[in-house]
Design a binder for this molecule. Sequence first.
Ligand SMILES: NC(=O)C1=CN([C@@H]2O[C@H](COP(=O)(O)OP(=O)(O)OC[C@H]3O[C@@H](n4cnc5c(N)ncnc54)[C@H](OP(=O)(O)O)[C@@H]3O)[C@@H](O)[C@H]2O)C=CC1
Ligand SMILES: Cc1cn([C@H]2C[C@H](O)[C@@H](COP(=O)(O)OP(=O)(O)O[C@H]3O[C@@H](C)C(=O)[C@@H](O)[C@H]3O)O2)c(=O)[nH]c1=O
Length: 291
Amino acid sequence: MTKILLTGSNGFLGQHIAAQASKIPNMHLTGWSKRGAIHNYCNDFKTINLLENDITPEMVAPFDAVIHTAALSHVDYCEQHREEAFRINVEATRQIAKACRQTGTHLIHLSSDFVFPGKNEPVAENDKTNPVNYYGRTKEMAELYVQSICPQSTIIRPVLIFGPVLSGTRSNLVLWVKSALEADKAIQVTSDHMRTATYVKDLAALCLQAAQKPQRGIYHACGADYLSVHEMALQVANVFELDSQLITPVHSDTFANQAPRPACSNFSAKKTIHDFGFQNRSFQKALRDMV
Ligand SMILES: NC(=O)C1=CN([C@@H]2O[C@H](COP(=O)(O)OP(=O)(O)OC[C@H]3O[C@@H](n4cnc5c(N)ncnc54)[C@H](OP(=O)(O)O)[C@@H]3O)[C@@H](O)[C@H]2O)C=CC1
Ligand SMILES: Cc1cn([C@H]2C[C@H](O)[C@@H](COP(=O)(O)OP(=O)(O)O[C@H]3O[C@@H](C)C(=O)[C@@H](O)[C@H]3O)O2)c(=O)[nH]c1=O
């Protein structure tokens, strides 16, 4: 029996990890989240507020692996609420890493492409980080704690995650574009942000793979295609047979008063495919899976 603790089990990624885990024999998944459970995929569930509750080794000891997805993931909110973002994204991660080291529990920590400043050339796992916003800084600080406190850990960096969600949770680019076009609403979409966006189901499978087959180090978990956000929106219109005329390409400067974003995240999943058999389908195949 593999016993897994999943933080952020209500979240966008967490709900997919829990749904997939519920179909794997001999796996027992305990979910932690801030709100009460919003689904029944976990075998056990506990409400934990990382702003208020410290994580101790006793809390982590029963588990073979911790998949730590919980985070303050709203980039603009983090920019304005730095203390809260630090407490959840950095301090709680430091406590979890310390607890995992003391108990010998394998830690799978979710980081982000936003640790990088963003360049058009392909980015490797060991390239120098240098975030452009506070959310990215918290993810960078958390990575540094995880690596120094618990060096056997797996750090996974996804890019702009997309896919289906349960109601009441974080939306994402594909759902946002789809619902706007379905409502005949015109939208402005940036053509200067380039991303290798990650399909949530592929990422969830990777996290569970990493929990069953521990590998130390940093892993990039991206999709197979490097596209502008505008190109992605056009593909959404195409696959869901919606009106692409409603989509206007704009420069990201159009969205004022927001935290800066890296212009480009050009990741390669080569190492992750090699070490974990990560299956990252193309953007179009992922969209077809959502139809
Ligand atoms: N979404 C994306 O595009 C990307 C995400 N990532 C990273 O991947 C991970 C998962 O992201 P995603 O699933 O999208 O994020 P979500 O925002 O959907 O989920 C975050 C989870 O963290 C929990 N959480 C937030 N604050 C607290 C708190 N104070 N105490 C306890 N739990 C808390 C939430 O709990 P509840 O729902 O119960 O309130 C929720 O379950 C994160 O680490 C994120 O930084 C990386 C790259 C891209
Ligand atoms: C709101 C809006 C966004 N966009 C673009 C900006 C951006 O490139 C893209 C997604 O914007 P969002 O604000 O949803 O997401 P954003 O905060 O940019 O996404 C990030 O989330 C965090 C958690 C991460 O770790 C990153 O990997 C990253 O994916 O859509 C538009 O083009 N038009 C719009 O009206």
